[in-house]
Write a protein that binds this ligand. Structure first.
Ligand SMILES: Cc1ncc(COP(=O)(O)O)c(C=O)c1O
Length: 388
């Protein structure tokens, strides 16, 4: 990384007030708020408290800008992106909207975060599709296992880009090729990779990609976005509709029109008026990602993880449980030890915020972290191991 880029990361760290007292390794749960986010939300609250102007158009211009921003971060075009409420929003569009017949199969990993599973379960109950769970191997959903699970009735593969519990990054290129070969819809829950791993959804040929922004995108809770490929757009039956799914040409003074055409864009699948405070927060946050660049963020995070991994691999008390393979690693590193739950409690008490998931401590490393955070964690890990 060039000294200029490294300096940008150091400057960006200053935008996160928590870094003055805590080490935050928990962006895979929720991202911390930056000062620009706080100011953007507060200034919108001030406008609404003051009520001297009609600010309702700000939501439309901000959402439009956000669609373009998110599109640019994932290699898509603005019309292919809609603002969502969370990850689940876009997953519903895919699971209830894409053409499938009763008896068609949806493939889902047996180590999947429940978000995908429960949406699919509801689709199974109401549309008559069948969920087929892919048998993982050592808690990894291998390409071979997926291919074995594909049968004549399989219509969709729905999977997390990055697994929430150990950070295993599924190879979207390989999976997309598999979906092409077997003519399957490819639906991706992107939340655990969004903002920290580069992705090019159009080039990859994904059908639907959906991500909340409350984690790695460092935005308010209850917001996200989704991508819908042009090739499936026309065939999606809206699972829900909204008066803002049609084009009013920004004229909201005369509303007795009931023949407006739907947007020919992903925003057709947005739902009603916006969570405007969230939009303002999202906009402030996305600027950070545009400024740093996701490839740089990935490089930054992986370098910090390398430092932590070098320590853990050297220490007989700790075992790394994440994949370290280049194509499968992410910004989540997990490791375990005897009494890992006690260790997690100790770490939180000492000001190092992280969680344990499925038997391992989960460290989520992000753009505001630096070497001093890793060193502080290593210091605590040394102390804990010595005491055992
Ligand atoms: C892989 C994955 N998908 C989805 C979610 C959350 O879904 P939503 O944004 O809809 O709440 C999480 C974490 O909470 C997750 O780890």
């Amino acid at each position: 990384m060039s000294p200029d880029t490294a300096a940008k990361f150091a400057e960006t760290r200053k935008l996160f007030p928590h870094t003055a007292h805590s080490v935050y390794f928990n962006s895979a749960s929720y991202g911390p708020f930056s000062t620009p986010l706080k100011e953007a939300v507060e200034s919108n609250i001030a406008i609404r408290v003051d009520c001297r102007e009609d600010d309702s158009h700000d939501a439309f211009s901000t959402s439009e800008a956000l669609r373009a921003d998110y599109a640019s971060l994932i290699g898509a075009e603005q019309h292919q992106v809609g603002i969502g409420l969370n990850t689940t929003h876009g997953l519903n569009v895919a699971m209830f909207g894409l053409p499938m017949q009763p008896g068609d199969e949806v493939l889902i990993s047996d180590v999947e975060f429940p978000a995908l599973y429960y949406v699919a379960r509801a689709a199974a109950e109401t549309r008559g599709v069948t969920i087929k769970q892919i048998k993982s191997v050592d808690r990894r959903t291998t390409v071979e296992a997926i291919e074995q699970a594909i049968g004549p009735k399989t219509r969709m593969l729905a999977i997390s880009w990055v697994q929430f519990f150990d950070g295993y990054k599924n190879d979207l290129a390989e999976l997309a090729a598999l979906c092409r070969k077997h003519n399957l819809y490819f639906v991706v829950d992107g939340i655990q990779g969004m903002g920290v791993e580069p992705v090019d959804v159009v080039k990859l040929g994904l059908d639907v990609f959906s991500s909340g922004c409350q984690k790695w995108m460092l935005s308010p809770q209850g917001c996200g976005f989704f991508y819908i490929a042009d090739k499936v757009f026309d065939s999606i039956k809206p699972p829900f509709m909204s008066w803002l799914g049609v084009d009013w040409g920004m004229n909201f003074s005369d509303l007795f029109y009931f023949d407006k055409p739907y947007f020919k864009a992903a925003r057709k699948f947005e739902i009603g008026y916006y969570a405007v405070l969230n939009l303002m927060g999202m906009k402030a946050s996305v600027e950070i990602f545009k400024e740093l660049g996701i490839a740089n963020i990935q490089q930054h995070n992986h370098a910090l993880i390398d430092k932590l991994t070098a320590y853990l691999n050297d220490h007989p008390f700790y075992t790394v449980t994440s994949s370290l393979e280049e194509k499968h690693r992410s910004s989540i590193l997990t490791f375990t030890c005897k009494d890992y739950a006690l260790l997690q409690k100790r770490l939180v008490r000492s000001g190092i915020v992280l969680v344990h998931r499925e038997g391992s401590i989960r460290a989520s490393i992000h753009l505001f972290n630096d070497d001093s955070d890793i060193e502080r964690l290593i210091g605590e890990l040394d102390t804990f191991a010595d005491e055992q």
